[in-house]
Write a protein that binds this ligand. Structure first.
Ligand SMILES: [Zn+2]
Length: 273
């Protein structure tokens, strides 16, 4: 037991364990642009950061599912948003997620916009509608998701739940269509501003709080990807980027060593008492 988490009265001030998911955030964009990404830079300075190289396929549905169930693809068996022409629903996936388990134990858990299914999945959250069915596809929808997830996440931080999980999906879509363009860096900058609002402007790190900022996979040029996750020629034109196995991770005040997405589940489970 960490004595630092005891208040003067002996009553435990548990704080919030916040997992901020940024679908497809990649070191290969972040590292060379850190001067423009001042909040990520600051976060990397105060926390512990690393490349998480996936041993599993870098498929968003599967990785997010594993991250919050603690299970490998062989165990949760959820690989794709659509199977045999049918959209896979939460109920089709036979696992308990961290929110199911902790909620049953009486903990307050909020999960917002988690993209292991489409539309994205939320838990314990009122008045939030996923943008673009959880697959925002144009600039208007990317803005809507950025603003909508930020505003709702701020509300949820203020409620001080035991666990808060919140995910942005837009960078994945932007990079599929615009990989290699300055446009991608512009969106990282916008995302960075929001990270500043959520993490620093709220004073989140001033309390006994824990933070993980993580992506489900990185990104690379379409032809360099080991696994092709979408057809090259889609409704929105030719794709320029695809998923890479190197994911992004920064943690603050989290002792559990995260070496794979599933470890996020175990970190929360071990460190929420
Ligand atoms: Zn993804």
């Amino acid at each position: 037991m960490d004595k630092g988490l005891e208040t003067a009265t002996g009553e435990r001030n548990k704080g919030t364990f916040f997992v901020l998911g940024i679908d497809a955030a990649t070191w290969s964009v972040i590292t060379p642009n850190l001067q423009k990404l001042q909040n990520l830079k600051r976060l990397i300075e105060v926390g512990k950061s690393k490349v998480v190289t996936l041993k599993e396929k870098p498929i968003s549905a599967s990785v997010w599912c594993g991250m919050f169930s603690g299970k490998l693809l062989e165990e949760h068996k959820h690989e794709s948003y659509v199977v045999n022409g049918e959209i896979v629903k939460r109920g089709d996936i036979k696992v308990d997620f961290i929110w199911d388990i902790l909620h049953a134990e009486g903990k307050v858990v909020k999960a917002l916009n988690v993209p292991f299914v489409v539309p994205t999945f939320s838990f314990g959250v009122k008045n939030f509608k996923p943008i673009g069915f959880g697959l925002p596809t144009n600039e208007k929808e990317w803005n809507e998701e950025l603003e909508g997830v930020t505003a709702k996440t701020k509300e949820l931080i203020a409620e001080k739940p035991d666990v808060l999980i919140s995910v942005y999906t837009l960078l994945d879509r932007i990079q599929h269509f615009h990989w290699g363009e300055d446009y991608v860096v512009e969106w990282y900058k916008r995302m960075d501003d929001k990270i500043g609002e959520l993490i620093f402007d709220t004073g989140f790190l001033d309390e006994n709080n824990k933070l993980i900022v993580i992506s489900d996979h990185g990104f690379c040029s379409f032809g360099d990807a080991k696994v092709q996750t979408l057809p090259e020629e889609g409704q929105e034109g030719k794709l320029k980027g695809d998923h890479h196995e190197d994911a992004f991770l920064v943690t603050v005040n989290v002792d559990y060593e995260i070496q794979r997405p599933q470890d996020v589940f175990y970190a929360i489970k071990m460190e929420i008492k």
